[in-house]
Design a protein around this ligand. Structure first.
Ligand code: HEC
Length: 152
């Protein structure tokens, strides 16, 4: 009798695991599944990497790490260098709607230097580029971003 307990437990756990994986994948394929805990899919991150390398990396760095020695230090013309977008600066202060607005309008209307991408990229491409740099954020920074508005 004592031996039947672990066997029963094993069956229960195995059944739960199967249930879980079914619930997790659902009807979507792996590439359309969300990155765990995030709003975006791994496909968006992959697309975003291409967009980012083509349109953003020259200023923000290929890993969104920033290129300036000190992004807080104003340049001689009074504008700021491109900040890192990898979670070490303050991009996480801005909800998704505002990040999209920055990418659409750029910084020139506010005395900055970032070009506008409204007419250059599709919305899918812009969202993917954002997903790409957000994928460098650890769960703590991502959680803070959700508190600051996140996708709302
Ligand atoms: C020519 C350089 C340049 C390019 C190219 C560029 N940016 Fe920027 N970006 C900047 C600068 C400079 C700022 C700071 C605000 C300003 O001066 O306009 C900035 C600010 C930002 C911010 C706000 C960050 C914050 O912490 O508030 C985001 C988000 C951003 N860029 C995303 C992108 C994305 C995505 C792309 C590619 C689609 C891109 N940028 C391409 C120069 C650039």
């Amino acid at each position: 009798m004592a031996r039947s307990i672990p066997v029963t437990l094993f069956v229960v756990i195995a059944a739960q695991l199967v249930g879980c994986s079914e619930a997790g994948s659902g009807a979507t394929s792996a590439s359309q599944a969300k990155v765990p805990g995030r709003w975006y899919t791994s496909t968006q991150v992959a697309t975003g990497e291409v967009v980012f390398q083509g349109h953003c990396a020259e200023c923000h760095g290929d890993q969104a790490q920033g290129l300036a020695a000190d992004w807080r230090q104003k340049l001689d013309d009074g504008s700021f260098p491109p900040p890192p977008l990898n979670g070490t600066a303050h991009a996480w202060h801005h909800p998704l709607s505002l990040l999209m607005q920055v990418v659409n309008e750029g910084g020139i209307p506010f005395g900055g230097k970032m070009p506008a991408f409204a007419e250059v990229l599709t919305d899918d491409e812009k969202l993917s580029a954002i997903a790409y740099f957000q994928n460098f954020w650890d769960d703590g920074i991502y959680g803070n971003w959700e508190q600051m508005g996140g996708t709302n």
